[in-house]
Write a protein that binds this ligand. Structure first.
Ligand SMILES: NC(=O)c1ccc[n+]([C@@H]2O[C@H](COP(=O)([O-])OP(=O)(O)OC[C@H]3O[C@@H](n4cnc5c(N)ncnc54)[C@H](O)[C@@H]3O)[C@@H](O)[C@H]2O)c1
Length: 339
């Protein structure tokens, strides 16, 4: 089989730490082009792979015949780049949050469908081993229904992550659209929908900029969610967990409680009402410091190779985004938002 010709658009932190290495290790892939307006970032990988470097994604799509692209740009560019790539006939793996608005997200889905290409969103939380195990336990039925939950994602902020540090686009609203909610909150709206196999019916939220200076994007949010099943819970996103970073989820169910990623980070513990305790050590949850294979690129390539639509589809990404957009609307209006 011919190798899949891939271009990576945006060569910053997530491209360098996950997309590019995961494509490099994939025997079905040939990396043929890289794009970044900071051209040295693209050139570094182009040289390594005998590929082309571009400063402008439109030029890349005009000059290269690519089968697939990864969109690893600032959030505001996800929709325009993804739509241009789909129109050029390329399958698209776009980072989260998939778009700035629901309309943009829908336009991306429509562009992929019109062009007969796949659209996948980089919701890698679903693929982390503790979350895979948690899903399996929930589906076994032994815990019964989920009644209430909390899901949290907090770290010290993107200044320690982005290739541009404190000068990052993450802090500029025109490019980021949203702060901690787009960076971390959308991971957890996606995770809770996925784990509970349920949709968010209503959201109420406080979203605020409490501590990051010189920015008007949110650095903290606390949301209350009611699911269609009736389960209620909280979703927290924070860029000010300067100590005590947290990517944990706790689900209180009819027959006991499941703790995911708490307290050690990598375990799933199930405590039953009858006193039995099951602990699963299934592999690491990725953190900014501890990077593990996301599985996202492998799943994207597998979709293309086997002509199977990706399970983390544009439609899934859009539903998860709508929860976050609902939270912003709740903050702006002081009301509970029905989705
Ligand atoms: N799935 C995850 O866990 C995860 C983690 C981190 C970031 N992300 C997402 O990945 C995306 C990129 O974030 P990052 O952490 O790599 O940021 P970053 O700041 O480290 O890198 C962004 C890169 O995009 C480049 N860029 C800017 N404008 C561009 C354009 N017009 N065309 C091409 N490239 C352009 C910048 O020069 C920079 O090199 C964001 O949407 C972010 O939310 C996802």
């Amino acid at each position: 089989m011919n190798k899949i010709k891939v271009a990576v658009i945006g060569c910053g932190a997530i491209a360098q730490r996950r997309h590019i290495p995961e494509y490099e290790h994939n025997p079905n892939v040939e990396l043929i082009a890289f794009c970044d307006p900071v051209i040295a970032r693209a050139e570094k990988y182009a040289e390594k792979h005998g590929a082309k470097a571009y400063a402008n994604y439109q030029e890349l799509l005009q000059h290269e015949k690519v089968d697939a692209v990864s969109v690893c740009t600032p959030n505001a560019l996800h929709a325009p780049v993804a739509i241009a790539a789909a129109n050029a006939g390329a399958h698209v793996l776009v980072e989260k949050p998939m778009a700035a608005t629901a309309e943009e997200g829908q336009a991306m889905i429509d562009a992929a469908s019109r062009n007969g290409v796949y659209l996948m969103v980089g919701h890698n939380q679903r693929l982390m081993p503790p979350h895979v195990k948690a899903k399996e336990i929930l589906e076994s039925g032994k815990l019964g229904k989920v009644l209430t939950f909390r899901t949290t994602f907090g770290h010290p902020g993107p200044e320690g992550w982005s290739v541009d540090g404190r000068d990052s686009w993450f802090f500029r609203k025109e490019e980021a659209i949203m702060g901690a909610m787009g960076d971390l909150g959308v991971h957890k709206s996606d995770l809770i929908r996925y784990l509970l196999n349920d949709e968010v019916a209503d959201v109420a939220a406080f979203v605020s900029t409490l501590h990051k200076e010189g920015t008007d994007v949110d650095d903290n949010a606390t949301c209350v969610l009611r699911m269609k099943s009736g389960a209620i819970g909280t979703l927290v996103a924070s860029w000010t967990y300067y100590k005590g970073g947290d990517n944990s989820t706790v689900l209180w169910c009819e027959n006991g409680v499941m703790e995911i990623g708490a307290p050690s980070g990598d375990e799933v513990t199930v405590k039953f009402r009858n006193g039995n305790v099951d602990t699963y050590k299934v592999g690491a949850m990725a953190t900014n410091e501890k990077q593990t294979d996301s599985g996202v690129v492998a799943a994207f390539v597998q979709s293309i190779v086997t002509s199977t639509p990706p399970s983390i589809s544009g439609e899934e990404g859009l539903r998860s985004l709508k929860v976050i957009l609902g939270a912003f609307e709740s903050q702006a209006t002081g009301r509970v938002i029905a989705l």
